[in-house]
Design a protein. Structure first.
Length: 166
C-alpha cells in the first residue's frame, strides 16, 4: 500500500464512524428537516451529497460507475421528499466508504499521478485531490453536527464520549 493512502483511509474510516453515530438516533423526518430556518441543507441531503462525492473519488481511483446521487445531491438541497430513506442513505454511505478505502489501499503509485484538471483547488497530485475530498467530508460532518445541535440533539462529540465510556 502506498504510504500516502494510510492517513487518507484513516480519515475516511473516522468520518464513517462519526456519520454512523450521528445518524443513529434520527428518524427520516429529522434527517429531512432543513437547517437555517428551512433554507439550508438537511442531514439527509448532506449524506446524499457525501455519497455523490464518494462515487467521484472511486472514479478518480479508476473505478468509474453510474452516480445515482448526482441528480439529487450535487446541487442545492430541497425539501427532501424525493430523498431515499435515511437508512438507505447511511447504508449507501457505508458501502461506498468501504469501496473507497479498498480502492485507496490498492491504488499503488496511482496516487502520485497528476490530478485531473489540476484538482478543484489547484491540487497537483491525485492524492491531494482525494485528501481535499476527505476534508470536504469532514467539513460536512461538522454541518451535520450543527444541524443536530439546532434540533436540540446530543452533540456528536458527546455521542463519541458516551460510546467510549460504555
Amino acid at each position: 500500500m502506498d504510504p500516502a493512502a494510510r492517513p487518507i483511509i484513516g480519515l475516511y474510516e473516522l468520518s464513517h464512524r462519526m456519520l454512523t453515530l450521528a445518524a443513529g438516533d434520527l428518524s427520516d423526518q429529522d434527517a429531512r428537516t432543513r437547517s437555517r430556518g428551512g433554507t439550508g441543507p438537511s442531514i439527509a441531503w448532506t449524506i446524499g451529497h457525501l455519497c455523490h462525492h464518494k462515487v467521484q473519488v472511486l472514479e478518480l481511483l479508476g473505478q468509474p460507475r453510474q452516480n445515482p446521487f448526482a441528480a439529487t445531491f450535487e446541487g442545492a438541497a430541497t425539501d427532501g421528499q424525493a430523498y431515499p430513506p435515511l437508512a438507505e442513505l447511511v447504508a449507501s454511505f457505508s458501502a461506498l466508504n468501504g469501496e473507497v478505502c479498498a480502492a485507496l489501499a490498492a491504488a499503488g503509485d496511482r496516487l502520485d499521478a497528476p490530478a485531473p484538471d489540476a484538482g478543484p483547488h489547484g491540487e497537483k497530485r491525485l492524492a491531494e485531490t482525494i485528501l481535499f475530498l476527505a476534508w470536504h467530508e469532514a467539513y460536512h460532518l461538522g454541518g451535520i453536527g450543527a444541524i443536530r445541535r439546532d434540533q436540540g440533539r446530543t452533540a456528536i462529540a458527546d455521542l463519541v464520549r458516551a460510546l467510549q465510556a460504555a
